[in-house]
Design a protein around this ligand. Structure first.
Ligand code: ATP
Length: 231
């Protein structure tokens, strides 16, 4: 990790009607750093990512992506995204999906490389809709890598993956961070954060209640000062 901040939230508030989803969140995403956002259902993890992606607008506070407003399309060129419930066209073959995605970027990663990084070399000729949930998840990961993102958002990336696929994703994420990418992942699992993250932020009812190393968080969990994170 280095000191370069690729994206940030400053005093961000977001509500949905009467529901306060984020209540004053400060967060910096550093180049080369894997950050895990941990927290129970409804804590505000997906909302945080949605704001950074420019899919949502903050009610108050400032959100920056590569120094710009995330709602500017240009700011989004450097990101790769793997969201929950990604709806991709079921009849397209995996290879076609990857080619289509790569065509949006000026300097895409070669298709074979994205496929290898996600372990889907053997799925390229298969229609997306015919794959198992875990296979679809791996394809979504490959799609997130197509544009050589400097900032990678992974929303519960390993749900539905078996252990070898999970370990492979972890290894790829570590490698990309080693090359200088910033990675943000949400997870319900402290164990996963432990394998992957340099830093863990715990969100609880729209506030960051803990921000530090995985070991520091483990110590706090063991002393039961934080009990609610492993939903
Ligand atoms: P999960 O682990 O279930 O994905 P999360 O930490 O990602 O949870 P968010 O999805 O950010 O949490 O949701 C924060 C709160 O805002 C929740 O109470 C949720 O029900 C609510 N919420 C999220 N999106 C909307 C919306 N579009 N309209 C109304 N309420 C919403």
């Amino acid at each position: 990790a280095n000191d370069e901040v690729l994206a940030s939230l400053r005093g961000v508030h977001k509500r949905y009607g009467a529901l306060q989803a984020l209540a004053g969140v400060d967060l910096d995403l550093h180049a080369g750093q894997v950050l895990a956002l941990l927290g129970p259902n409804g804590a505000g993890k997906t909302t945080t990512i949605g704001l950074l992606l420019g899919l949502l607008r903050a009610d108050a506070g400032q959100v920056r992506l590569f120094g710009q407003d995330p709602q500017q399309v240009a700011a989004r060129r450097g990101i790769g995204v793997m969201l929950q419930d990604a709806a991709l066209p079921p009849t397209l073959k995996v290879g076609e999906l990857l080619r289509l995605t790569a065509s949006y970027y000026p300097a895409p990663r070669p298709l074979a490389e994205s496929a290898a990084l996600a372990g889907i070399e053997d799925l390229l000729e298969r229609p997306y809709g015919r794959l198992s949930g875990g296979q679809q998840r791996r394809v979504q990961f490959a799609i997130a890598l197509c544009g050589r993102p400097r900032l990678l958002f992974l929303d519960e990336p390993t749900v539905g993956l078996d252990l070898p696929a999970r370990q492979r994703l972890w290894a790829t994420v570590r490698m990309l961070a080693g090359e200088g990418a910033a990675v943000v992942l949400t997870t319900h699992y402290l164990e996963e954060a432990g394998h992957l993250a340099d830093r863990v932020c715990v969100l609880l009812r729209g506030r960051i209640v803990s921000d530090g190393s995985v070991d520091a968080l483990r110590a706090r969990v063991e002393t039961r000062r934080i009990r609610c994170i492993c939903a």
